[in-house]
Design a protein around this ligand. Sequence first.
Ligand code: SAH
Ligand code: SF4
Ligand code: F3S
Length: 482
Amino acid sequence: MQSLDLTGIDLIKEAPIQEPQRQYYYIAKAKQYVDRLAETLGRTPTFCVTTFGCQMNARDSEKLVGILEQIGYKEETNEENADFVIFNTCTVRENANMRVYGRLGQLSRVKKKNPHMMIGLCGCMMQEAHVVEKLKKSYRYVDLIFGTHNIYKFAELLATRYESGSMVIDIWKDTDKIVEDLPSERKFSFKSGVNIMFGCNNFCSYCIVPYVRGRERSRQPKDIIREIENLVADGVVEVMLLGQNVNSYGKTLDEPMTFAQLLQEIEKIEGLKRIRFMTSHPKDLSDELIEVMKCSKKICKHLHLPVQSGSTRILEKMNRRYTKEQYLKLVEKIKEAVPDISLTTDIIVGFPGETEEDFLETMDVVRKVQYDSAFTFIYSKRSGTPAAVMENQIPEAVIKDRFDRLLKEVQDISSKVCSVHTGTTQEVLVEALNDHDTSLVTGRLSNNILVHFKGDSELIGKLVQVHLDECRGFYYIGHRLS
Ligand code: SAH
Ligand code: SF4
Ligand code: F3S
């Protein structure tokens, strides 16, 4: 990322009211403190951002890293050696929550040894009042707590923390604001997530996301296009458009626009080679979108279409607003229009009231759709959601048994489905050197499957033709043709 030009900023004056200029001012201000810290330490101070949860959080973390680098911190991969540790948290399931408390406990030991160390917490968990209460009471050594709606204010909050020397907490209940043009640092040089909308209005009865991410808001198409154009100019060839329900993009804009129309605009961007998006809610997936996917040269042949359950009765209790039959029909339509598409899904096992018959309906959908892969989750009770107070919460042992059966089915099908491309030649975006064998590189097919083949780091970020020689479960071994 290019450095922000902070030279014209007069820190004697009050901070501007207007965003993003206000944040540029605080970036300059925080930088003064970090410069002073660097002098005291005799080296550049370091940070470590750990991300939990989904791609939205991953993208948010890139924004945090962008700001941290602007104010003069350097990245450190080992959390225990960093001067500033940030956890960007997730609360979609209880276990994500527990991991954060565990890691915080470990850090308290480190902080006792290095009192200048700072700890920041942000993300979805912080939007829950009981979490912040607990932190205030039992985790006094945390320095900075903020939420999902005011992440753009990170520099300002940090400057406040340096000034006050005590714990800073700033959580907003919701926002209608979208602040553009803040720095961000990409994890990959050749691909990037791009938020197209924030929040969610669906209120699936098990899900906490609408409570912690607020109401649905779409970014202006011109801002999205400009961001992607800039990314492409900076070497990006693949974008992943991000939203909790991309299919309802644009409905709340002053000049409404459909997701399919947005995709067509993005397709026109020269130099951009691949477009992915996530997540699609089946209830809002339009014929127009299927048509656009069919005709597009850039949209990848992959659709993540969370089904959650195969039982219409449970789907209704989940407030998903489609039936098993409607879902299967939609899948059929998509497969007909884009025959080589890879379909993936999310499934929850053990939703309150789920009977063996309901579960068998889910197994039936899995067999009928033949997913390339499926993320299977054990239902986790999230307080404040309607499902948390539903009767007939399912005993753990029953859930475990169903979960194991589902996982086996999903894996058997997926290894079969993945191997159908053996012997074909496909375009591959090279992503990295192989972890285990550095004479190999790892690339991704349009349908999201990975392939390993001979190559060197020169290839990273390039699109090449690869022959898929052999399928090994969920990935391929191949060789490069061009
Ligand atoms: N917006 C996306 C999903 C975001 S959460 C969508 O609607 O598809 C990612 C996944 O976590 C969900 O698809 C769901 O399968 C799972 N999930 C959400 N809440 C859960 C809960 N309370 N227990 C278990 N899994 C849950
Ligand atoms: Fe949660 Fe449903 Fe919104 Fe997805 S669509 S984030 S599952 S409420
Ligand atoms: Fe988790 Fe928040 Fe994403 S709860 S799944 S990080 S939107």
